[in-house]
Design a protein around this ligand. Structure first.
Ligand code: HEC
Ligand code: HEC
Ligand code: HEC
Ligand code: HEC
Ligand code: HEC
Ligand code: HEC
Length: 327
């Protein structure tokens, strides 16, 4: 009897230690043991085809071998902005996937897509293929671009493939700036299709677009703010607007809603990701919103809107404004 109990305890200990090795980040991203096999999933010591001893030609190529539309090693298909549980279904499956039981098959991903989103070709993205260097308002006025400290934009500009204390393994230091995003997902039971960011979500975007991070109440009419590149919409304020809409997240306008960060009181906080997607959007811009219409010309110094570009916006044209203001 004692012997059986002993064996049972051993099995239990073995189960617990295996579970604790599985990273809450999912996949091969962090939570490594002293004798982990994970490094070999992405690096070669002597015969690597890519820099940083990578198993692929570049960081981007490496990420999309698992996360791309042709990839098979991750359920999150960031090319098409889809969660595909068919790729690696089992909890603790072949690729160390912890099993995102909280995300239905074919659900749209929170980050959007790099190639398609909602089955439509994207109209703007963060080009993470290592070919773009400059970001708008990166230590310069709004509407102006400057090169990133860390060089060209890649998936690893924002994510740490080895895991991080932040939500979605977002790096603790991006472009030389400290980033802290509260981890509010459910640990192992990942939810990749319902926004529930905590505090600090805007700090990710501010790390590269610092001048866009204007957090002064009434900044849309504040001459002090205007001196740094024009008047600007306030960001990171708790949502309370005297207009018709009492809750952009639950009620919205014309069937459209926008996500707020989960920071009580009231309904939450307006962050960059309230209006923008992180990876790419398929929103369509036309008319005044297409960016080519500029009756004032460049003389006024108004920040240029990239022509015909959807600026990673969540909704068509200026649908985002109407969700909150309902003019
Ligand atoms: C999911 C893929 C992946 C896994 C697993 C992985 N790495 Fe990396 N590693 C990368 C990528 C991608 C880079 C380059 C990041 C960049 O482009 O800046 C990198 C960079 C590095 C670097 C240089 C930069 C730094 O962070 O210091 C070291 C050292 C490193 N990895 C060691 C390891 C070790 C040790 C392991 C196993 C414990 C491991 N890696 C597991 C993808 C991975
Ligand atoms: C500009 C920063 C940035 C870049 C570049 C970036 N990501 Fe992300 N990524 C994010 C943010 C922010 C989130 C969280 C989105 C949310 O929850 O709304 C995210 C989420 C994710 C997720 C979780 C699924 C989802 O869509 O929410 C995966 C997987 C992912 N990124 C992989 C990648 C890969 C692979 C690349 C390169 C092809 C990449 N990311 C490039 C910022 C970035
Ligand atoms: C060997 C396959 C593999 C490679 C290579 C890989 N990943 Fe992953 N990654 C996974 C798996 C598996 C998950 C768990 C979720 C899933 O199934 O999509 C995951 C999850 C993630 C997440 C979500 C983390 C969270 O908190 O939920 C992000 C972000 C991410 N990967 C980014 C990257 C980036 C950036 C790269 C390239 C540097 C990369 N991955 C390379 C397999 C991989
Ligand atoms: C690592 C630096 C970095 C971070 C972090 C970052 N960006 Fe960017 N962003 C860039 C670069 C570089 C470009 C220009 C290149 C491009 O369009 O791909 C850009 C472009 C943009 C654009 C214009 C896109 C277009 O095509 O019109 C928007 C909007 C934007 N970023 C919003 C955000 C938001 C919102 C976040 C936070 C979720 C964020 N960025 C985080 C570097 C960054
Ligand atoms: C998520 C909700 C939300 C969205 C989306 C939104 N606004 Fe606002 N807006 C607010 C709130 C709240 C304030 C009050 C801000 C403050 O000063 O603290 C405000 C203030 C303003 C003001 C007055 C600024 C001042 O200081 O004089 C203008 C003008 C405005 N918004 C226009 C817009 C336009 C145009 C859009 C679309 C590009 C937009 N808003 C999108 C919530 C929103
Ligand atoms: C209330 C909605 C809203 C919020 C919140 C918001 N943006 Fe924007 N953003 C827009 C709109 C609309 C545009 C399109 C150009 C315009 O109208 O100025 C845009 C354009 C941009 C661009 C493209 C360059 C340009 O000026 O046209 C960047 C970069 C950008 N936003 C970054 C950010 C960052 C970083 C944050 C958070 C600090 C943020 N945005 C928060 C609505 C928003």
């Amino acid at each position: 009897m004692k012997k059986y109990l002993f064996v049972f305890v051993l099995v239990l200990v073995a189960m617990v230690s295996t579970v604790s090795l599985a990273s809450a980040n999912g996949g091969p991203h962090g939570g490594y043991s002293a004798t982990t096999d994970a490094c070999a999933g992405c690096h070669r010591a002597h015969t690597a085809p890519g820099p940083r001893l990578l198993l692929a030609n570049s960081t981007y190529d490496l990420c999309v071998t698992c996360h791309g539309s042709a990839g098979a090693g991750a359920n999150t298909n960031v090319d098409d902005g889809l969660y595909l549980s068919s790729r690696d279904d089992a909890p603790g499956g072949a690729n160390g996937d912890v099993g995102a039981t909280n995300t239905p098959d074919n659900a749209p991903l929170l980050g959007g897509g790099f190639v398609n989103y909602g089955l439509t070709a994207v109209s703007s993205t963060h080009n993470a293929d290592g070919t773009t260097a400059a970001a708008w308002g990166n230590g310069v006025n709004r509407g102006v671009t400057a090169n990133l400290a860390a060089g060209n934009l890649s998936c690893a500009s924002c994510h740490d493939p080895h895991g991080s204390p932040n939500y979605r393994i977002l790096k603790a230091t991006i472009n030389g700036n400290a980033v802290a995003v509260q981890q509010v997902d459910e640990g192992a039971a990942k939810d990749y299709d319902t926004e529930q960011w905590g505090t600090g979500m805007s700090s990710v975007c501010a790390a590269c677009h610092s001048a866009y991070h204007v957090t002064t109440g009434g900044s849309g009419s504040d001459p002090v703010v205007a001196a740094s590149g024009g008047y600007a919409h306030d960001i990171d304020m708790n949502y309370s607007y005297g207009g018709a809409n009492v809750n952009p997240e639950a009620i919205g306008f014309g069937g459209y809603t926008l996500p707020l960060a989960e920071t009580a009181p009231a309904f939450g906080r307006v962050v960059c990701s309230t209006c923008h997607m992180s990876h790419g959007t398929a929103a369509q811009m036309s008319g005044f919103a297409a960016g080519s219409y500029d009756p004032f010309g460049p003389g006024l110094g108004a920040g240029a809107i990239p022509s015909g570009d959807s600026a990673l916006l969540r909704l068509d044209n200026r649908g985002v404004c109407e969700v909150c203001h309902q003019k």
